[in-house]
Design a protein around this ligand. Structure first.
Ligand code: ZN
Length: 92
Protein backbone atom coordinates (compact mmCIF):
# COMPACT_ATOMS: atom_id res chain seq x y z
CA UNK A 1 0.00 0.00 0.00
CA UNK A 2 1.24 3.49 -0.75
CA UNK A 3 0.37 6.85 0.71
CA UNK A 4 0.20 9.97 -1.34
CA UNK A 5 -0.45 13.65 -0.86
CA UNK A 6 -3.86 14.90 -1.80
CA UNK A 7 -5.77 18.14 -1.59
CA UNK A 8 -7.03 18.89 1.88
CA UNK A 9 -10.43 17.39 2.34
CA UNK A 10 -12.48 15.75 5.00
CA UNK A 11 -14.17 12.41 5.13
CA UNK A 12 -17.81 12.69 4.04
CA UNK A 13 -18.66 9.88 6.48
CA UNK A 14 -16.98 10.98 9.72
CA UNK A 15 -15.54 14.45 9.00
CA UNK A 16 -11.99 13.28 9.64
CA UNK A 17 -9.57 15.68 7.94
CA UNK A 18 -7.51 13.86 5.38
CA UNK A 19 -4.26 15.04 3.91
CA UNK A 20 -3.23 11.57 2.88
CA UNK A 21 -5.12 8.77 1.27
CA UNK A 22 -4.25 5.16 1.70
CA UNK A 23 -4.51 3.51 -1.64
CA UNK A 24 -5.56 -0.13 -1.51
CA UNK A 25 -4.47 -0.70 -5.09
CA UNK A 26 -0.94 0.61 -4.68
CA UNK A 27 -1.21 3.42 -7.19
CA UNK A 28 1.03 6.38 -6.59
CA UNK A 29 -1.46 9.25 -6.66
CA UNK A 30 -5.21 9.52 -6.27
CA UNK A 31 -6.95 9.94 -9.59
CA UNK A 32 -10.55 10.80 -10.38
CA UNK A 33 -12.66 7.69 -10.08
CA UNK A 34 -10.26 5.96 -7.68
CA UNK A 35 -11.79 4.21 -4.74
CA UNK A 36 -10.20 4.82 -1.37
CA UNK A 37 -11.00 4.16 2.24
CA UNK A 38 -11.03 6.44 5.27
CA UNK A 39 -8.31 5.49 7.73
CA UNK A 40 -10.45 6.81 10.56
CA UNK A 41 -13.89 5.28 10.04
CA UNK A 42 -13.12 2.79 7.23
CA UNK A 43 -15.84 4.35 5.07
CA UNK A 44 -15.53 3.71 1.34
CA UNK A 45 -14.64 6.81 -0.66
CA UNK A 46 -14.55 7.76 -4.29
CA UNK A 47 -12.20 10.41 -5.68
CA UNK A 48 -14.10 12.98 -7.74
CA UNK A 49 -13.05 14.65 -10.97
CA UNK A 50 -11.55 17.57 -9.00
CA UNK A 51 -9.90 15.15 -6.53
CA UNK A 52 -12.62 15.86 -4.02
CA UNK A 53 -13.53 13.03 -1.69
CA UNK A 54 -17.03 11.66 -1.92
CA UNK A 55 -18.96 8.81 -0.39
CA UNK A 56 -18.73 5.77 -2.59
CA UNK A 57 -21.99 5.46 -4.45
CA UNK A 58 -23.83 2.27 -3.43
CA UNK A 59 -24.31 1.38 -7.10
CA UNK A 60 -20.55 1.62 -7.62
CA UNK A 61 -20.04 -0.68 -4.66
CA UNK A 62 -22.49 -3.19 -6.16
CA UNK A 63 -20.71 -2.93 -9.51
CA UNK A 64 -17.37 -3.62 -7.84
CA UNK A 65 -18.84 -6.54 -5.96
CA UNK A 66 -20.08 -8.11 -9.20
CA UNK A 67 -17.40 -7.19 -11.69
CA UNK A 68 -14.23 -6.62 -9.67
CA UNK A 69 -14.68 -9.14 -6.93
CA UNK A 70 -10.98 -9.30 -6.16
CA UNK A 71 -10.62 -5.54 -5.77
CA UNK A 72 -13.76 -5.49 -3.65
CA UNK A 73 -12.41 -8.27 -1.45
CA UNK A 74 -9.23 -6.21 -0.98
CA UNK A 75 -11.32 -3.24 0.09
CA UNK A 76 -13.26 -5.33 2.59
CA UNK A 77 -10.04 -6.74 3.99
CA UNK A 78 -8.58 -3.26 4.34
CA UNK A 79 -11.75 -2.11 6.02
CA UNK A 80 -11.61 -4.88 8.59
CA UNK A 81 -7.94 -4.08 9.30
CA UNK A 82 -8.81 -0.41 9.89
CA UNK A 83 -11.79 -1.23 12.08
CA UNK A 84 -9.70 -3.63 14.13
CA UNK A 85 -6.99 -1.04 14.62
CA UNK A 86 -9.46 1.72 15.53
CA UNK A 87 -11.21 -0.61 17.97
CA UNK A 88 -7.89 -1.54 19.53
CA UNK A 89 -6.95 2.11 19.99
CA UNK A 90 -10.16 2.82 21.84
CA UNK A 91 -9.88 -0.02 24.32
CA UNK A 92 -6.22 0.44 25.20
ZN1 ZN B 1 -14.08 8.71 7.82
Amino acid sequence: MSESEMPESSCPWCGHEMTHAADPFGMTAPKPGNIAICAECAGFLEIGADLSVNKLDPSTEVYLMKHQAKAYANLLQLQSVILERVGGDRTS
